[in-house]
Design a binder for this molecule. Structure first.
Ligand code: BGC
Length: 743
């Protein structure tokens, strides 16, 4: 175990200690309270509970009046202990039924202490650290009166053009599920009543990441098999981990917008998965059913949403304003409304809001908790783990004492805003330590540090390049910090190209041409297609957006205080035309080869630029002795796979050992590899460790031709290694007989 887990454990313990007296005993009381409230509520008050307006500055006097009338179920974007407490006070003391409010906010990768963006956190392959980060985010948000977060975003994304790839955990359903569970646990803790807990929302249900062309909000057309095997697993994992709410997605799937998809929201989510929380629409998602062309009026849209099973209407105001007439006319049964209201009230009860509407928030607590030193410390550690070393020819990194003069160059080197990434909550750029600042703090006193911006992130002016080149010439190493602005990924930030924006490529080529050794640090919210850099630059570090501790964490890694251990959670393409490209693809009938009539591009190698799971270290790891617990199993069995990993280099390091599986022959086509398990192992030089994995039916099964989840008899292959393209192999067979394999 790594020593720094002490702090992490301490942070997590808090949520476990306060677990006393929850659920079972209280459930009947909760039901009685809800029954009694429902019996007293007018239709308007019921629909008020389903109404979720946004607060920009305020709430406004008109919004407060709605609260007094019982016409608001919650607000989003209201934060700060003073404002939230005052608004809750109005709800519980000045409204007829004294029902507290849900106060939701997008706490995506931190509230005030901003952590790496979720895609970067996924690159840590460290669910324990990600859970701790989510717990810190919850702790801060809850102190500021937020009781509900619109996270985790668990959308699988196979298209880096889609800007929201930054908000999720990448392309793999297994890794995505582990991260989903970690975040739900971190946000909610063991008991939602605890003052450090906020209710989680798994979003966006579903397949939002499958947008055609990677264009945000665009159409999705996906088979039920791919939906169930690729896009849905992280949602299922979040539900099983107890996520309190689910948010529907803006997109349609095969002609049915999610906000009107009863099969998705009711049949799959509630009937099949037994989800007992509530479903919230996305921002104006109910109203957008008109633009989708499935509703002819606001009222139609409201009816479709409610009947699909979407309980809460974010921002559209349709449930409140347009649905009453329909209910009175008998076009929507009161029972449908009641069921939705019940779920909202149950969530409020689960959060303990009927007993403490303020959920333990206070101005004092907010002051002491926000940006607490231990939060920053954790942010630094998570950031260190999120950094992925993509290339390190000639061991250019870490930077050693021979570097007498270091030139730091590039538009992102000293950018505090970008450091915080695409969705920094209530983060303040002033809290961020930039790369330049981090290096300044770490560098030996007699090392000379030079800095030039070189160009803007998206500017077309090349005026600054000459100065950067001149500085590079004076240095032993030029550290270039290039990439995207924070707002070039995230919502409504799809790109049609994946290269370095503006004139940064020119800057890179000009500095490289000086002959001074270059280290390229990339900051971005998505995979970038940087083929030229991969061909020419000796060392490349993927730094994503690392949050408040960006500069410290990068300096820790660049100077070798910490060996990099991150692994790519997503494939990096060579060029945008290769997209979508992902590791768990199908083989096709004509897998790529030297033959002409095979599945490939004539102008590109078939491999990606950097594969899923890749990440180098300052040391090396050697794998040996893959051992399977049996040569054959029956479909219901679990197989143990063991491997010995040793640190064969000269530094301490952490390896993410990855296990992939392939079903060689099945009744439907299976991916060439699918991630089935992984483990982080820290090893000193010369140290070896045996890593055991369990392969369960869940990992070996799939949806057959009848859409039943089965483990089929036949040959399987396993791969154990440090990325999706290498590893030792083993084989086993599943024999017919025994128990059936089930999820
Ligand atoms: C986004 C959601 C977000 C919501 C509230 C929407 O535009 O799609 O992810 O939770 O806004 O801010």
């Amino acid at each position: 175990m790594r020593p720094h887990h002490g702090m992490l454990a301490a942070l997590l313990v808090v949520s476990t200690i306060v677990t006393v007296g929850s659920s079972a005993a209280q459930r009947p009381a909760m039901d009685r309270r809800i029954d009694s409230l429902l019996a007293r509520m007018t239709l308007e008050e019921k629909l008020g509970q389903l109404n979720l307006p946004s607060v920009d500055n305020g709430p406004s006097p008109a919004q407060l009046e709605l609260v007094r009338k019982g016409l608001v179920g919650g607000f989003l974007n209201l934060t700060g202990a003073a404002a939230t407490r005052e608004t809750q006070r109005v709800a519980v003391t000045e409204s007829r039924l004294h029902i507290p409010l849900l106060l939701g906010h997008d706490v995506i990768h931190g509230y005030r202490t901003i952590f790496p963006i979720p895609l970067a956190e996924a690159a840590s392959w460290d669910p324990e650290a990600v859970e701790a980060a989510a717990h810190v985010a919850a702790r801060e948000a809850a102190a500021a009166g937020v009781n509900w977060t619109f996270a985790p975003m668990v959308d699988i994304a196979r298209d880096p053009r889609w800007g929201r790839i930054a908000e999720g955990s990448g392309e793999d359903p297994y890794l995505g599920s582990q991260m989903a569970v970690a975040r739900v646990r971190g946000f909610q803790g063991a008991d939602l009543r605890a003052p450090e807990a906020v209710m989680a929302t798994a979003k966006h249900f579903a397949a939002y990441g499958g947008a055609e062309g990677g264009r945000d909000y665009n159409t999705v057309d996906v088979s039920e098999r791919t939906l169930r095997e690729i896009y849905l697993p992280p949602f299922r994992a979040a539900v099983d981990a107890g996520a309190g709410s689910i948010m529907t997605s803006f997109n349609e799937i095969a002609g049915i917008p999610s906000h009107a998809n009863r099969w998705l929201v009711t049949t799959v989510l509630r009937d099949e998965w037994k989800f007992r929380g509530f479903v919230v629409s996305d921002w104006t998602g109910i109203g957008e059913l008109e633009a989708h062309g499935v509703a002819g009026s606001r009222a139609d849209a409201g009816k479709l949403g409610l009947e699909a099973g979407v309980d809460m209407d974010m921002v559209s105001g349709i449930y409140l304003e347009d649905v009453p007439v329909l209910v009175r006319a008998g076009r929507i049964p009161v029972a449908t409304v009641d069921a939705a209201v019940r779920r909202i009230l149950a969530a409020k009860s689960r959060l303990g809001l009927f007993d403490d509407p303020y959920h333990g928030s206070s101005v004092e607590r907010e002051r002491s908790v926000l940006l607490a030193p231990e939060h920053r410390q954790l942010a630094r550690r998570v950031a260190q783990e999120a950094i992925v070393l993509l290339k390190n020819d000639g061991q250019r990194l870490p930077l050693g004492p021979t570097v007498r003069t270091l030139a730091v160059i590039g538009p992102l080197a000293d950018d505090k805003v970008a450091a915080l990434g695409s969705w920094p909550g209530r983060g303040d750029p002033q809290d961020a330590v930039t790369v330049l600042e981090g290096i300044k703090a770490r560098i030996a006193p007699d090392t000379k540090l030079l800095y030039a911006k070189g160009c803007g992130i998206t500017d077309t002016s090349t005026g600054g390049i000459a100065e950067a080149v001149a500085l590079a010439r004076l240095a032993n190493v030029a550290l270039l910090v290039l990439g995207e602005a924070g707002d070039m990924s995230g919502e409504a930030a799809s790109r049609s190209t994946l290269g370095l924006p503006g004139v940064q490529q020119q800057l890179l080529e000009a500095v490289q041409a000086t002959g001074t050794p270059v280290v390229l640090v990339l900051m971005n919210g998505r995979p970038l297609a940087v083929q030229w850099a991969a061909d020419h630059v000796a060392a490349i570090v993927e730094a994503w957006f690392l949050g408040v501790e960006t500069g410290h964490a990068l300096a820790d890694v660049l100077f070798g205080d910490v060996s990099p251990s991150g692994k790519l959670p997503v494939t990096f393409p060579r060029v945008v035309g290769q997209v979508p490209i992902y590791y768990n693809h199908k083989n096709t009938g004509r897998p790529p080869s030297d033959q002409k009539y095979t599945s490939k591009y004539i102008d590109l190698p078939s491999s990606p630029l950097f594969p899923f799971g890749l990440g180098l270290s300052y040391t090396t790891f050697t794998y040996r002795d893959v051992r399977l617990s049996a040569p054959s199993i029956t479909p219901g069995d679990t197989l143990k796979v063991a491997v010995t990993v040793s640190n064969s280099g000269e530094r301490e390091g952490t390896e993410v050992v990855q296990l992939y599986v392939r079903d060689e022959v099945a009744s439907v086509t299976r991916p060439v590899r699918a991630l089935a398990a992984f483990r982080r192992v820290s090893l000193r030089p010369g140290e070896a460790s045996t890593v055991d994995f369990l392969l369960t039916p869940k990992q070996l099964g799939f949806y057959n031709r009848d859409m039943n989840f089965v483990v089929e008899p036949g040959k399987f292959r396993v791969f154990v290694g440090g990325s999706s393209v290498d590893g030792l192999e083993g084989e086993f067979e599943v024999r017919a007989g025994g128990r059936a394999g089930r999820r």
